[in-house]
Design a protein around this ligand. Sequence first.
Ligand code: F3S
Length: 426
Amino acid sequence: MILTKEQQDMLDGRSGRVKQLAMDLLVRYGEAVGAERMIKVDNCGIGTLPVLSAEQCKARGIEPGDYEQYYLRGMFGWDQEGLSLDHFGASQVTNLCANTVSNIRHLGAGEEAVRFMQIVDDFIGSRGCVNSNTCAPFLNGVIPAFGEHCAWSESSAITYLNGVLGARTNNEGGASSACAAITGYTPYFGLHTDEARWGTHLIHIQKQPKDPFEWGALGYYAASVVNRGVPVFLGVHNIPSNDDLRYLATSLATSGEVDMFHVVGVTPEAHTLEQAMGKNQVAGEFTFGEKEFQAVMERLNFSKQKKVDIVIFGCPHCSIQQIKEIAEYVSGKQYRTRLTVLCSPSTKNIADRSGYTKKIEEAGGFVGEGACPLLNASMTPEERVIATNSEKFAHYVTGMPGYSDKEVHLGSMEQCLNAALCGEWA
Ligand code: F3S
């Protein structure tokens, strides 16, 4: 790889040992994918590691509460005396990991876990990373610009950044996004280049999706047929909402490995079909109609039971608009089935101040900040049948530790809320 003087200095250790290790990882990564140079990235989305108990720390040979040591070892495998991460090098770094002090308190964690979670927040914050604690920080002001080169992890966010915002990021892992954050650079290849962003397959929309859940079904279908391609959606009658596009992006990253897409006439690199396709030939054409929609439902709406134990919204994290809709729908009603609404801490703050949290809680529901329903224990073992509007949640839930016996009803927000009211799926 051709490195600039600054990058070579990092690699030679003149900017400190941690930057040297990070640049070394990026150079090896870049060489493995055939990149010839690095590109500056000021905007990185990174993750953190799960909270450990004192026993788990001891078992790993880590001082209890020493998150820095745990992070450098656990995230990168760097296991050397005296290593220290002073500050991230990129100017905008965001913590996409959804767990928070508030969430673990809600789940009944002890004081030790709460203290550890606080140490994680303090460490990340003091190194220059914004604790957004959400997979959708672009709902709360972390908005990469059109054309901006970034290094983000979290698949649903990556597809949204590329397809909806027109920012440029590859699908980074935990270590590569964090090394980009440490150095401010990432290998220049893949979706940083124009060619990789051009469309490969056409998806004709015959059945017009009418809400985020149906846009999610469209994305789920499209990714299952194009797999690693760049789908170009044609024939949209109405301009989708931001939530529609978020669900489309999330599902595209669920049933296949789609990191980029175009909706002709809607997304920023697809004013026309010609612009979306660039110099590519069409590799395949598909149509999304009622039959394809039903096939997605057959795959993901898989509970055989009528009853519903819990309703979960928030995968990806709910927008304030969705929370407003839920609050208005449930206002004045009394829900017997547990109703959980998850969002970022910032969105929760707005929901609190707008009176939406109160309305949902008065109806028997719960608005949680900064929890991922798949990773941060949203269901008890007794809550087996879940209703949700999220294709991503339905796709992954039974593969998560402790959740293999879960069953899912998948449908619109309204269907889920009706199920929460009567305890049955209609
Ligand atoms: Fe977000 Fe967790 Fe779903 S990170 S997209 S809420 S799996």
